[in-house]
Design a protein around this ligand. Structure first.
Ligand SMILES: Nc1ncnc2c1ncn2[C@@H]1O[C@H](COP(=O)(O)OP(=O)(O)O)[C@@H](O)[C@H]1O
Ligand SMILES: [Mg+2]
Length: 348
């Protein structure tokens, strides 16, 4: 695995950082988190001499982007620090927003639109990874057109895991996502399909440890850290990351805590190599995480997350700052990656 040299350049005097985030009324903690993040990123950039402006993205901005671009055109030399993750009901709009920026030739941090779009379509990503020889768990995608007859005829390899095919942040994942038999499976389809009409992914349940690799860079990637969640250490808790485990401090599952464990060298190399290959196939750039789980000694990619949390208390920031670098270094590093990639793309 290559390591990318840290290269943090001082900001140009004319450059404005527009920090984009969704403007919508919401109580959802995963969405509110991006506003907290905007505050923290803004402070970090300001402390390093960047000139920072908030860029609110409202639903009408994507239908009619001219007013959005008028706001952007107020500044000559801009880079968007992109914390826009779509709207609650339509997460895929995160990719639409980046596509607009790409068409206008505006540099922005994080992943390009095609990577965001692919990673948010868990079924398409899974097929793509499998095609390229990456281990993914057995699974199928169920939509409302899937008939109960074909369901009944299938030999289902229980236990199974059900998750929305086009969500992230563990939205739609709760204690009932793990099903042991056909009756439970049918009951969950009936309950969850109306909530997630884009489809449900049914996968073989991988009961072993979960690994999450944080990456930084535009391929070659720097490995920021590998965290391990060993569910055997929490026999009383849910053996997977529900929405509550990620976002509800009052939930018992909040105690599930990924750790930076020392892994056997060969295993670590395999996990990192698989994660980096999956990210490169997905076209990831900037900063992102790849999740794997283990079953019977095999490691499978379950998710590529192109929008990991970037708050000061996030796992990403914690891992980056472990070796002595600061949160401000991380945020500036992400901006420099975006600017370098923009120059490279413009030349090619
Ligand atoms: N096939 C699976 N087997 C076991 N656990 C799974 C599986 N797929 C997902 N999970 C659990 O559900 C969590 C969320 O699923 P993931 O695919 O990572 O979606 P998200 O984009 O919401 O993070 C994972 O962190 C993991 O704990
Ligand atoms: Mg995940």
């Amino acid at each position: 695995m290559h390591s990318v040299e840290q290269n943090i350049e001082p900001p140009s005097t004319t450059l404005r950082l527009l920090i984009a985030a969704a403007k919508e009324k919401t109580e959802r903690q995963d969405l509110l988190d991006s506003l907290i993040c905007r505050e923290e990123v803004g402070c970090a950039l300001t402390s390093r001499g960047y000139s920072v402006v908030d860029l609110d993205v409202a639903p009408h901005d994507l239908d009619n982007p001219s007013s959005l671009f008028l706001r952007v055109a107020n500044f000559q030399d801009v880079c968007v620090f992109n914390l826009f993750e779509g709207f609650g009901s339509q997460p895929c709009q995160e990719a639409d927003f980046c596509e607009l920026l790409e068409k206008k030739g505006i540099p922005f941090t994080g992943n390009p639109s095609h990577a965001l779009r692919l990673c948010l379509d868990k079924w398409a990503l899974k097929l793509r990874l499998r095609q390229e020889g990456i281990s993914v768990p057995w699974g199928i995608c169920i939509t409302s057109s899937y008939s109960s007859i074909s369901m009944g005829e299938k030999k289902w390899p229980f236990p199974l895991f059900i998750k929305p095919s086009r969500e992230d942040g563990s939205v739609g994942i709760d204690e009932t996502s793990l099903v042991q038999n056909y009756e439970e499976l049918q009951e969950q389809f009936q309950k969850k399909l109306p909530q997630f009409p884009d489809g449900l992914l049914v996968e073989e349940f991988l009961g072993g440890s979960e690994y999450s690799i944080a990456f930084l860079g535009n391929d070659p990637y720097e490995v920021v850290g590998v965290s391990t969640l060993d569910y055997d250490r929490y026999p009383a808790l849910t053996p997977f990351l529900t929405y509550k485990a990620k976002w509800d401090k009052e939930s018992p599952d909040w105690r599930l805590c990924p750790e930076d464990l020392e892994l056997p060298a060969a295993q670590k190399e395999l996990i990192i190599g698989t994660g980096a290959k999956a990210a490169a196939i997905a076209g990831c750039k900037g900063y992102f995480r790849v999740d794997l789980r283990e079953k019977d000694g095999h490691f499978y990619v379950i998710d590529v997350n192109p929008n990991p949390a970037l708050t000061r208390d996030s796992g990403f920031a914690r891992q980056y700052t472990k070796g002595g670098r600061s949160y401000e270094d991380l945020i500036c590093h992400i901006v420099n990656l975006a600017l370098k990639d923009h120059i490279k793309e413009a030349k090619s």
